[in-house]
Design a protein around this ligand. Sequence first.
Ligand SMILES: [Zn+2]
Length: 498
Amino acid sequence: MTAQLYRIRKTLMIFALGAALLITLLLNTVRQTSGQLAVTPIKPLEIDQTAAAQRLAGAIRIKTITYDELTRTSATEFLRLHAYLAQKFPGVHRALKREIVNNYSLLYTWQGSDPSARPILFMAHQDVVPINPGTQQAWQSEPFAGTIRGGYVWGRGSWDDKGNLLAIMEAVELLAAKGIKPRQTVYFGFGHDEEAGTRNGEDGARMIAALLKSRGVKLDFVLNEGLLITQGVMKGLDSPVALIGIAEKGYMTLTLSAEATGGHSSMPPSRSAIGSLSAALSRLEQQQMPASIRDVSSEMFAAVAPEFSGINRVFLSNLWLFGPLVRMQLEKQPSARAMFRTTTALTVIRAGNKEQVLPVKAEAQVNFRLLPGDSQQSVIRHAKEAVADDSIRIEARGWEASRVSTTGSAAYRAINRTIREVFPGTIVAPGLMVGGTDSRFMEEIADHIYRFSPVRAEIVDLPRFHGINERISVSNFAEMIRFYHRLLANVSAGDYAE
Ligand SMILES: [Zn+2]
């Protein structure tokens, strides 16, 4: 009898707990209503799309390629691009002051009407990555021909980043032609070495930042290239999603080296340089930095969760419970994996050059991309623990993750509003940039840095970035111009000032 009563009580208790859990999950789900900004639709700005596309195509024909070393040929190409911009955008060049920074970078100053308003900076880069050797044939249009075909402008830089650069120029040209002036001073900084690998921005954006700093400029915010408007990338969400990068990952390369007594391979020691190093590398790859949904990624999920329907919405609204499950599901894609952890990538290995000779040294490079919140020191500590071999030398170089810019600023609101106005029906959320951009040099002189490109992309388009068949649709390019045009109006208006 007692045993039976106990069983009934236990069943009831489990039932009650289950019901309580279900209610909590559902309450969390319905309580998180859409936080998307309500905007009144605006009439799209009229643009001569064909003429604008042709100007972009012309810029693509100028081969401002960044190789590891700035070559002579590229140098003349940058000067050609400067002349091209001056010729195609006369209004900009009349209304704004143009300065050449460190030979090839450009800084434009558009004097504001209100000296008490804090200045802002829009960035883009003039340089493009080269064509990967052997892929030239796979292009449907010659990468530097600037072809317009099938509603697209094709070519290297159409997306990254001449699209943004030319769209900014087009927008300012339209405003300047009407004699419109911004309220606050607006700077436009166009670097020339954003794509220069680990030196990215050292010669361009860093020098622009130094020049502004020497003049005592304190920026309210910076907008640079960054995350996109994607559709179909977040499974279960059909609307386009615009992510505004509020932070970007840091970068660190560890060089690991193992030494051993060399000699003839007929009499090997029990421990070789290659053996020790390989074991260390294998441990590093196995013991990844811990992953979690925190900071920027949790802010992103909080913003998008209410936009999902069905079970996805329940999961995303209850990350306290389903966080690990959601993360495991998403981590199947490398791009999503990179959002949740400091990544470890084994990239270079060097040892030995003759099959019967034992090398005295083996060396490897491991590249980490640091999540905001992890520091170079903490990653080095983790790496040393994972390697667990004092005979391996470890040297580090790189930079920390960026600060996280708030979504509560007037600048974020203005960008958010502009996206909702120009791209109706688009969900806006903050996001993390997993790659690095040259905006990191602006941290010292800017309160907020946002990384966003008004470029539309679907999953199939993502490999075009730095890859083959890079292109932008003529209609999207017109939207990009509208975006910058509207953003400049919004930041000049009262909403921004509050
Ligand atoms: Zn870029």
